[in-house]
Design a protein around this ligand. Structure first.
Ligand code: IMP
Ligand code: MG
Length: 192
């Protein structure tokens, strides 16, 4: 995309979010798309000759998932999992699975696609859950990694961007279920 077009679109979208999102996007559409292609190339190389089961974690990963998978060079099986976490004081917060993977996991090379890893609680639970179903292998791909906030160690095999401890919205990420459709990622100021 031309820089000018992108700038115009970003400006319009920022106005649309009514002042809650300030300044330039934290990650522009162009930067995200370039990195997503790099990740797809890396994953394609690693899974050459294989047919992995690529599981998108909804809702957050929906946009990243669609962009990533369209650039994968090997045959894949797509599936999704909808889960939510109960926010608790401890690191043992419970995860509820609202809609499970429908494909058989046993014997498959599974790739979990996530939007952002924060404390790591969500992914750790889902990882253990899926490992319990005896996949041939399991790898995790997350667009964003909020490393400083990690409470539970969870191996992330593919990371798009390491990000600081700020609340981010756009490109799948929400605040109160809004802003998920923005094509870029911005810092959200809750107090303003
Ligand atoms: P974790 O279990 O603490 O790693 O939480 C991960 C989940 O929290 C992500 O899948 C997101 O849904 C949500 N989350 C964490 N940080 C952000 C953020 O900056 N913006 C929007 N959602 C976030
Ligand atoms: Mg999420």
């Amino acid at each position: 995309m031309h820089a000018k077009t992108e700038e115009t679109r970003d400006k319009a979208a920022i106005e649309k979010t009514a002042g809650k999102i300030r300044g330039r996007p934290f990650l522009s559409e162009r930067r995200i798309q370039a990195r997503v292609r790099e990740l797809a190339a890396e994953i394609s190389k690693d899974y050459e000759g294989k047919n992995p089961l690529v599981v998108g974690l909804l809702k957050g990963a929906f946009m990243f998932y669609a962009d990533l998978t369209r650039h994968l060079q090997m045959p894949i099986t797509i599936d999704f999992l909808i889960a939510s976490s109960y926010v608790m004081a401890s690191t043992t917060g419970k995860i509820k699975i609202h809609a499970d993977i429908r494909e058989q996991v046993r014997g498959r090379h599974v790739i979990l696609v996530e939007d952002i890893v924060d404390t790591g609680i969500t992914l750790n639970h889902l990882r253990q859950n899926i490992l319990g179903r005896s996949p041939e292998s399991l790898k995790i791909c997350s667009l964003l990694d909020k490393k400083d906030r990690r409470e539970v160690d969870v191996p992330i095999d593919y990371v798009g961007f390491t990000v600081p401890n700020e609340f981010l919205v756009g490109y799948g990420l929400d605040y109160d279920n809004r802003y998920r459709n923005l094509p870029y990622i911005s810092v959200f100021k809750k107090s303003e």
